[in-house]
Design a protein around this ligand. Structure first.
Ligand SMILES: *[C@@H]1O[C@H](CO)[C@@H](O)[C@H](O)[C@H]1NC(C)=O
Ligand SMILES: *[C@@H]1O[C@H](CO)[C@@H](O)[C@H](O)[C@H]1NC(C)=O
Ligand SMILES: *[C@@H]1O[C@H](CO)[C@@H](O)[C@H](O)[C@H]1NC(C)=O
Ligand SMILES: *[C@@H]1O[C@H](CO)[C@@H](O)[C@H](O)[C@H]1NC(C)=O
Length: 283
């Protein structure tokens, strides 16, 4: 054992011993937002003339609720108003409608003397059901980022139950890089965890991560063809009508048809090019 380790062990042991000797004990309690909590000293002096519960959070000390035989119950801080009650026989404090701000170390003074027992309350935000976000990787079409943007502890898993190590994502949460396995049924989940419970996202399947851009291409080919067909049909109707009216010769008619169709084609192709550019800048 190195000297440093030795001294650290000695110091730690000393601290634990002092703590035990003075009877100081901290009870950790976790409650979700909206919940209620009660703290009560294990034994109470039968000749109680005053009780004071305090909430400590770092440097700040706030009186939560106080009672004395003369003036009765008093709640000096409005944050504890309407949510705090005291049982003067048992010394029990009850706080309801808990918010994150009610977290802290709670101590009790009985007859102006602080009791050894302390209670550490941590009010945890409700866990949402996480939603996995997907981000494509431009340089690698066979990999994607999966992102879980939450402040709680995050656990990534795949369909075989293996845990995957995420990396930090700014401003919060984690991301994993997922490579195409060639199996559409492989899936990934993100689980949020706190001291009380956990909450898992819907699975995200590989088949939804690496969709072919086939849909785009189908749209790009079928839509122009439909438009073209429509134009040709319209043109046929139109030219039949005009030929009757102006008695255009068949040679002139052919030239006219040719000009119109080539104009339509050139407009269409430039439209198509622009659409394609927009689409490829999107993906
Ligand atoms: C406490 O409740 C009373 C009515 O019961 C209300 O007038 C008052 O605003 C409440 N105070 C707080 C801090 O919610
Ligand atoms: C506490 O919560 C209950 C139910 O959730 C609600 O009816 C009540 O108005 C709340 N009281 C305060 C002081 O916020
Ligand atoms: C799931 O993750 C574990 C651990 O990282 C890995 O060994 C396993 O191959 C993965 N399974 C799939 C289907 O990706
Ligand atoms: C989530 O909680 C369940 C029980 O509620 C437990 O069986 C499971 O192991 C937990 N999962 C994680 C990832 O902590």
């Amino acid at each position: 054992m190195s000297p440093l380790k030795y001294w650290m062990t000695v110091i730690c042991t000393l601290f634990i011993a002092i703590g035990a000797a003075s009877g100081q004990e901290v009870k950790n309690v976790f409650v979700e937002v909206g919940g209620r909590v009660s703290f009560q000293p294990t034994s109470i002096n039968p000749y109680v003339s005053s009780i004071l519960w305090k909430q400590r959070d770092g440097e700040s000390v706030v009186k939560a609720i106080e009672w004395d035989a003369e003036d009765g119950v008093f709640i000096p801080n409005k944050n504890f108003n309407n949510i705090t009650t005291l049982n003067k026989e048992t010394g029990q404090i009850t706080i309801t409608n808990l918010t994150v701000e009610r977290s802290g170390l709670y101590t009790i003074d009985i007859n102006h003397k602080e009791e050894e027992q302390r209670f550490k309350l941590e009010v945890l935000p409700l866990l949402p059901k996480p939603v996995i976000k997907l981000e494509k990787i431009k340089v690698n079409p066979d990999a994607v980022y999966l992102i879980c943007e939450y402040s709680e502890t995050i656990i990534w898993k795949n369909s075989t139950g293996g845990t995957l190590k995420g990396s930090p994502h700014s401003p919060k949460g984690e991301l994993i890089t997922v490579e195409k396995q060639g199996n559409p049924d492989v899936f990934y989940t993100c689980t949020l965890e706190n001291a009380l419970r956990n909450s898992t996202s819907d699975p995200v399947y590989e088949r939804d991560l690496f969709k072919e851009s086939g849909l785009w291409w189908t749209a790009f080919i079928i839509i122009p063809i439909l438009i073209l067909v429509l134009f040709v049909l319209l043109y046929k109707v139109w030219s039949r009508f005009h030929r009757k009216k102006y008695n255009v010769t068949s040679k002139e008619g052919f030239l006219l048809k040719f000009t119109i169709i080539s104009n339509v084609l050139s407009v269409l192709s430039s439209r198509l090019l622009r659409l394609h550019q927009t689409a490829s800048s999107l993906t």
